[in-house]
Design a protein around this ligand. Structure first.
Ligand code: PLP
Length: 420
């Protein structure tokens, strides 16, 4: 359910027609619906209402300050993977005791920054990181609360690039090695064991891999408790999928029900790290058609957004629905939707049946609220696009379109090149 709907053949976001926004903001731009973000966050929260839990929005998905602030005001925390994300989270007003930190390559400065910020938990992903965290915590005079991010070796049955819980993936510590690493960590002066953690992948469309994983985590927790290591938090990561095309992923309610059944009565506090399921369908990318061309039997629709703005189709061959902002009465065509970047991989859809767009018309690339702007870049020296949030009949530019000056900020031509 989202708030991008047609009224009299025009696409609206909540109570504003998209063409009006395009006129005021220019194209391309990301457009988020406040009501949809709120509704998705609430649905997730409600699903887990009967269980002690903390919802930590996975901010790699969408790290705009306004989006983070919205969830912080609703009591949410965040899942971070870098010092930069920590900075954004704190700037947006997320409480440090609701921040959990994953990632296979946390740098020393990043560990220090997170320790000094008193975050809730480090999800540690290797033996060497355990040792380093203990060392850095000692140096800054803090005790680090930690969980081991366990790799449970469960197949999430998703795209290989977004599968993270198989033993061939780089993430976490193998579940069979985890007890030994917990014993080691328990003996370290500056570490405090807080929990166990996992995340098996993204865009999961069945509950069974989650249930499988939970079963394995329960066994691990029981075996740790036998050795006197008490676990307070169980972090199940994120991963719940959304409908991009015809997928029918479980509703958060079904996911929570399956978790509840498998977990049984417990004193554990769950940590959940949903990302895509909250933000994915709460955002679209609005772009304008620049040209169309027929290369013999192939039609190309060339738009002003490109792979640098939304990478998912190029990176994972991901599907995004392509919709006209103004529905026309013209027949559909089969076309490739491509951007201006000098790469054949710069496409949003291939051989897709779409409305026969004309130059100047607006196109909505749907389900772009997750892993959209946050994965964007300046490739081909294209300034990053604006981000807009609509709330009812009002809109807010929550990130200004970059200028050429923004793009070269920090670059310098050394003197020896100036004199030439
Ligand atoms: C550790 C961790 N938690 C949560 C997520 C969010 O996943 P999703 O957007 O599928 O909910 C990710 C994404 O890769 C992740 O790496």
């Amino acid at each position: 359910m989202h708030h991008f709907q047609y009224t009299q053949n025009v696409l609206w976001c909540e109570e504003i027609p998209v063409p009006e926004l395009a006129r005021k903001v220019g194209t391309p731009f990301y457009l988020y619906s406040h009501a949809t973000l709120t509704q998705h966050f609430r649905a997730f929260e409600r699903a887990f209402a009967g269980m002690k839990h903390l919802t930590c929005f996975s901010m790699k998905v969408n790290s705009n300050l306004a989006v983070l602030r919205l969830f912080a005001l609703k009591g949410g925390g965040v899942d971070i993977v870098s010092g930069g994300e920590l900075y954004r989270a704190l700037t947006a007003g997320v409480e440090p005791e609701k921040i959990v930190y994953s990632g296979v390559g946390k740098g020393i400065e990043e560990l220090e920054y997170a320790l000094k910020s008193d975050i809730l938990m480090f999800n540690v992903e290797s033996n060497q990181e355990i040792v380093k965290l203990n060392e850095v915590a000692g140096r800054v005079g803090k005790k680090a609360r930690m969980a081991i991010r366990v790799n449970p070796d469960v197949n999430p049955k998703t795209h290989p690039y977004i599968s993270t819980g198989l033993k061939e993936n780089k993430f976490g510590i193998n579940i069979n090695d985890a007890p030994e690493q917990y014993t080691l960590a328990a003996g370290m002066k500056n570490l405090k064991i807080g929990g166990v953690s996992c995340h098996i992948g993204s865009q999961l469309t069945h509950v069974s891999p989650f249930v499988d994983t939970l079963g394995r985590m329960k066994k691990l927790i029981a075996s740790l408790e036998e050795t006197g290591i008490n676990i307070g938090y169980l972090n199940l990561g994120g991963g719940l999928g959304i409908t991009y095309d015809r997928e029918e992923p479980p509703h958060p309610r079904e996911y929570a029900k399956a978790v509840k059944e498998e977990l049984g009565t417990t004193d554990l506090t769950l940590i959940l790290e949903p990302g895509r399921v909250i933000a994915g369908n709460a955002g679209i990318l609005v772009t304008k058609v620049l040209y169309t061309k027929n290369n013999h039997d192939k039609i190309f629709i060339i738009v002003d957004a490109a792979m640098n703005d939304l990478l998912r189709p190029s990176l994972y061959n991901a599907y995004h629905a392509i919709q006209p902002v103004n529905i026309s009465t013209r027949d559909n065509v089969k076309a490739d939707i491509v951007g201006p970047i000098c790469e054949s991989g710069d496409f949003f859809a291939k051989e897709r049946e779409v409305s026969s767009f004309e130059p100047g018309e607006l196109m909505a690339i749907m389900s772009a609220g997750a892993y959209g702007f946050s994965m964007s870049s300046n490739y081909n020296s294209r300034p990053r696009v604006a981000e807009v949030m609509v709330k009812g009949d009002r809109f807010y530019i929550i990130r200004a379109r970059e200028t050429y000056e923004d793009m070269v900020r920090g670059e310098e031509i050394p003197d020896f090149l100036m004199s030439a």
